[in-house]
Design a protein around this ligand. Structure first.
Ligand code: IMP
Length: 180
């Protein structure tokens, strides 16, 4: 898995190990284009990585806020590094509909074209920053299928039972296990 984000690698590794797949980390500098579709970003990145004949996965994710038509979505990294969690919470002040989804696309490539697998988790934006686990937007995202805690308040196992990334990697892993 080519990524500069070890949190992502650990989450993905856990999911795939349950399917008997051994995932290794390939440290890369970010090779990311800006595009409106996560699949375009992930597939392009997978095609850029010098995998030297090995099978490779790249994952791209984003937080899509309903009230803002899916913003920041593919621009989630930029939003986090500019306005931060506090800025996102400020955008939500007075907003009734706090619904949001996390989406993830895993792009797999072993020569040829990349193949993409998606995962989604529905939830809502919390009223404050809660929890110190995970990374990124985890402390402000409450999954609908949980018990009211944010991802930031969950253990890695609890997040992996519900998360967009775990779903995308499970879908990839089931296909990979069946096709190898
Ligand atoms: P990217 O997939 O690395 O481009 O992620 C885009 C942005 O969303 C980054 O700021 C990440 O920190 C954030 N992000 C991606 N996945 C997650 C997640 O599982 N939880 C919280 N934030 C995430």
């Amino acid at each position: 898995m080519a990524t500069g984000n070890l949190h992502k690698y650990r989450e993905a590794r856990q999911v795939l190990s349950e399917l008997g797949i051994d995932l290794r980390h390939l440290r890369v500098d970010r090779v990311e284009i800006q595009a409106d579709d996560l699949a375009d970003i992930a597939a392009y990145s997978a095609e850029q990585v010098a995998a030297e004949g090995r099978p490779i996965v790249v994952e791209d994710a984003g937080l899509f806020i309903d009230h803002y038509g899916g913003f920041p979505g593919p621009y989630s990294s930029y939003a986090l590094s500019t306005i931060g969690l506090g800025g996102v919470l400020k955008l939500m002040e007075g907003v009734k509909d706090r619904g949001a989804s996390f989406q993830s696309v895993v792009a797999f490539r072993h020569g040829g074209e990349a193949r993409c697998f998606r995962g989604v988790v529905r939830g809502r934006i919390a009223h404050g920053i809660r929890g110190t686990s995970g990374f990124g937007y985890d402390p402000i995202f409450i999954p609908d299928e949980g018990d009211g805690r944010t991802f930031g308040e969950m253990t890695a196992e609890e997040k992996n039972a519900l998360s967009h990334r775990a779903r995308a990697f499970r879908s990839f892993g089931e296909w990979f296990a069946a096709s190898e």
